[in-house]
Design a protein around this ligand. Sequence first.
Ligand code: NZQ
Ligand code: ZN
Length: 385
Amino acid sequence: MENFDFVNPVRILFGKGKIAELGNEIPKDATVMMTYGGGSIKCNGIYDQVMANLKGFNVLEFGGIEPNPKYETLMKAVELCRRHRVNFLLAVGGGSVLDGAKFIAAATHYEGDPWQMVVCGRAEAIEKAIPLGAVLTLAATGSEMNSGGVISRLSTQEKYAFGSPLLFPRFSILDPTYTYSLPAKQVANGIVDAFVHVTEQYLTYPTQSLVQDRWAEGILQTLIEIGPQAMSEPENYDVRANLMWSCTMALNGIIAVGVPTDWATHLIGHELTALFGLAHGVTLAIVLPRLLMETRSEKKLKLLQYATRVWGISGGSEDNRIGQAIELTENFFRELGIKTRFSEHGIGEEQLLPIVQRFASRRWKIGENRSLDAEKIRKILIQSI
Ligand code: NZQ
Ligand code: ZN
């Protein structure tokens, strides 16, 4: 096991009706900015519940944060925060709204162009941030219990991750009933996102981190077990509760301690969203199977472990077991209704080449062994058509 430091200060308020505790979590004299997305919270009643629990607080609202939140939109909120001296942010929504709030929190106090804070992605760039809390409405990203965010810029078609320990939410309210109103495709995207968060931290090389491996496998098996039911029974509380907690556990830092991490599928996926607007979960479902095929020799030991422990594959040659496990992974995504090929999204080779050029010009080498260069990324993309 590798050395590690671990801290996660987020207070999780989990379960039905937990919104009633919202008022206790925010300082009474705070000037609060409540941020939300395109309006789903106004249709499903969550907005009314939040506002009822913010009675007596000084609250400003900022709505209209889009999926894959945009720098251009968020800078308008930054302007308002500066003007009204906002000193608490409450994000009500999915990962995009939460990430947007993290950006607003840091950018409000950032001297210079806040886009630089995102491009450089270094935590040290962020010295001060407005404290924030979250009410989660979509199980997927883990943003509710981590200190990172992902922001896109329309004008340059870029999407980057950033983070700082100052951006952990002070609290997150996780009420599984808040996810009942999600469209099926958002549920599916969320399941894939959480699944791939786990594989990014688990399918690398062994470091004798036995507990972390079992945690990761437990989350993967849970997602496989309840995924289809989460799609077919939207108001099954226990299923939604387990899905929500699986997603949070997949990216709150706990399974990453002491192990190497990959994140190549995510880095390629971010480019696909930035250039084609594909949903985050969809990009991951397209890239992961081919990325695992391309890296199967370096990931061999963990892939074999994955095949046996997660998919119960015992017979056949090593190559065969690995191939089967990758195929079952892709089938799982497809059974959730996700199209895992570029051609199914009308994207061909020519459109993919700018992505390869981006990796080439940035000279990035990604993956746990830094073995994926632009040429290998090209192969992965072409094989995914
Ligand atoms: O905007 P509204 O109207 O609220 O509608 C949203 C949005 O259209 C809708 N929605 C959310 N909750 C709902 C609901 N509709 C009905 N009922 C509800 N209860 O769902 C749509 C998608 O929402 P979004 O927040 O974009 O989805 P998600 O939570 O999947 O977040 C995706 C973003 O998170 C980033 C992604 O890159 C992407 O930008 N990620 C953030 C991470 C992090 N902070 O740690 C890690 C992830 O890897 C990921 O990259
Ligand atoms: Zn993700």
